[in-house]
Design a protein around this ligand. Structure first.
Ligand SMILES: *Cc1c(COP(=O)(O)O)cnc(C)c1O
Length: 304
């Protein structure tokens, strides 16, 4: 077994934003180096033994949370880690920071001009191929554990109707969470929790497609709430910075700066349509703020 202690089940706190109360599941507490939904999606690779694997190959952006989490997995397993990116900005190469710098410390080998990675070929038996953002069937394992944590908590607290909200990238976390919540048995006094999400990377159609790639039966799909505006992923918006600061001020909690501002905008805009208690999932990713916060501070000097 691996010498990596995960904090599970993660705590669930009560928070209040603009006078409304929410439950917050602190998946950002799972492990300092292995946090949030990337820890859930990669849990399978921590909990099993892989005597024949010696290398991970994956692909995506040069600042992604998934890349960093995979570098931690490779590091503690003693595996090589080859990561294909389309392009690395000159500024980042000259001033390594955030997930990129930390992945380099863990021994990542980054290959540029390699968008989409490479296909598995003959002689690749010792290589673990991981899809961008951890979008793959093995993610189901960790999200079943998370679903059990939530159901146990719901029953212990006698919460009849629970709505769960989390913002999506690939949609893998929201999908498997909804699926396992639907398959697990609630108590006679509680209903199956319902998962709501919103797309942060593409649009709702893209997200729906992602769901179908992982699960053909759409009765297991989360409910998609439409964002009120077309925000481009990882671009800076003053309204994102403002809501991120407001959340920090009202709760004392640091949220991620890529997904959570969109998540909270969408949740707060739809809150009156949700009947029952609401739980927001803190999916970690705070390490990535190391690169986002200085950009926001430079761009919006008058805010904050
Ligand atoms: C990766 C990530 C997401 C998106 O997760 P998906 O499973 O790809 O939908 C959301 N929030 C944070 C903080 C993340 O790091």
């Amino acid at each position: 077994m691996l010498n990596l202690k995960l904090l599970l089940p993660t705590p669930i706190e009560s928070i209040s934003i603009d006078g409304r109360s929410f439950y917050l599941k602190r998946d950002d507490f799972i492990h300092p180096d292995f946090s949030g939904n990337k820890a859930r999606k990669l849990h399978y690779f921590l909990a099993h033994d892989f005597p024949n694997i010696s290398k991970i190959i994956s692909y995506g952006s040069a600042q992604s949370n998934a890349m960093y989490s995979l570098s931690v997995l490779a590091h503690i397993r003693g595996w090589e880690f080859e990561y294909f990116v389309d392009h690395i900005a000159d500024y980042l190469k000259e001033n390594p920071h955030g997930n990129y710098a930390n992945a380099i410390k863990n021994g990542i080998k980054i290959i540029e001009n390699g968008e989409g990675g490479r296909e598995k070929g003959e002689g690749d038996a010792g290589i673990l191929f991981v899809e961008e953002g951890g979008r793959q069937a093995e993610a189901s394992y960790g999200l079943e554990i998370m679903a059990k944590e939530i159901i146990d908590w719901q029953i212990a607290n006698n919460i009849k109707k629970l709505n769960i909200f989390l913002p999506s990238g690939t949609g893998t976390t929201a999908l498997f969470l909804q699926k396992h919540l639907s398959l697990l048995h609630p108590s006679p006094f509680t209903l199956h929790p319902k998962v709501f999400t919103t797309p942060c990377v593409g649009d709702s159609q893209y997200l729906k497609k992602q769901f179908f790639m992982l699960e053909s039966d759409d009765k297991f799909h989360p409910t998609i709430l439409e964002p009120q505006k077309k925000w481009h992923f990882s671009k800076l918006y003053s309204e994102h910075y403002k809501i991120w600061l407001k959340l920090r001020q009202q709760t004392g909690i640091e949220f991620d700066m890529l997904y959570d501002p969109i998540g909270w905008h969408v949740l707060l805009a739809n809150i009156d349509d949700l009947d029952g208690e609401i739980m927001y999932i803190h999916q970690g990713g705070v390490l990535g703020n190391e690169s986002m916060l200085p950009r926001y501070q430079r761009k919006y000097k008058d805010i904050g």
